[in-house]
Design a protein around this ligand. Structure first.
Ligand code: PEP
Ligand code: MN
Length: 263
């Protein structure tokens, strides 16, 4: 792999996130309304997290499911980020959307379903934005790293990997969080890797322990889904933390911090 180990996970003119800080991202699966997004964004800001996630263009398995607010969703993300001084992480599914995303978004997310969309990766390699690359649910660690290599070799060195669980025979969880990918990636790659316990588990009742386990395994950060009213969520309600649940997660992370491996 072709990049040197770096201390900085991601850098903006007004914000530098080092490995020792951890990259902490939270927000709803999908942007649904101004009220929904602003309530979560306020809570994200209060928690000390600096990155707001929210899908605007959603790659849904079922074509009849909510597909996202699209351009309107990006505008709401922009407004919430401005109001609460947060950076935006959102998924890009089509390279033709790049000009629109370049104006709005701070970190481009490539979802599990597109990890192996090599044409998209090649096009995004030219974007001068950090990229959060999620592991495909049927991808090996090596395939994840090779997908990242499309971005890095194409000119984008600002890649952050995300372990979001893989499909196994287990049915108690939506996917199986492959925590061993975290220390393995650290042995063979210089890229930072964060953990997404929300998509990995599919169930909010075990998101907190799996998030903490990710940090203990050495993850450079976390991405979690949060919704003010999960039963009414248009996407991924079962795995979304309530605002109260999110506050509990933040308290647990802060309790754990002194014991984490120093980076
Ligand atoms: C998401 O982050 O909302 C998402 C769709 O995740 P994944 O691509 O990991 O399924
Ligand atoms: Mn989701």
């Amino acid at each position: 792999m072709s990049v040197l180990t770096r201390d900085i996970i991601v850098q903006f003119p007004d914000l530098t996130v080092r490995r020792s800080d951890r990259l902490l991202i939270a927000g709803p699966c999908s942007v649904e309304s101004r009220d929904q997004l602003f309530r979560v964004a306020e809570s994200v800001r209060e928690s000390g997290f600096r990155f707001l996630r929210g899908g605007a263009f959603k790659p849904r398995t079922n074509p009849y499911s909510f597909q996202g607010l699209q351009e309107e969703g990006l505008k709401l993300l922009q407004a919430a980020a401005k109001e609460f001084d947060l950076k935006i992480v959102t998924e890009i599914v089509d390279a033709s959307h790049l000009p629109m995303f370049m104006d709005t978004v701070d970190i481009l997310q490539i979802g599990a379903r597109n990890m192996a969309n090599f044409h998209l990766l090649k096009q995004l390699a030219h974007a001068s934005k950090p990229i959060l690359l999620k592991r495909g649910f049927a991808a090996t660690i090596e395939e994840l790293l090779l997908a990242a290599e499309y971005l890095v070799s194409g000119g984008n060195q600002q890649v952050i990997l995300c372990e979001r669980g893989i499909r196994t025979f287990e049915t108690a969880t939506r996917a199986t969080l492959d925590l061993s990918s975290v220390p393995i990636v650290k042995k063979i790659s210089a890229l930072p890797i964060i953990v997404d316990p929300s998509h990995a588990t599919g169930r909010s009742d075990i998101v907190v322990p799996m998030a903490l386990a990710g940090l203990v395994a050495g993850a450079d950060g976390l991405m979690v889904e949060v919704h003010p009213n999960p039963p009414k969520a248009l996407c991924d309600g079962l795995q979304s933390l309530t605002l109260e649940g999110f506050r509990e997660l933040v308290a647990e992370i802060n309790r754990l911090k002194p014991y984490l491996i120093k980076k």
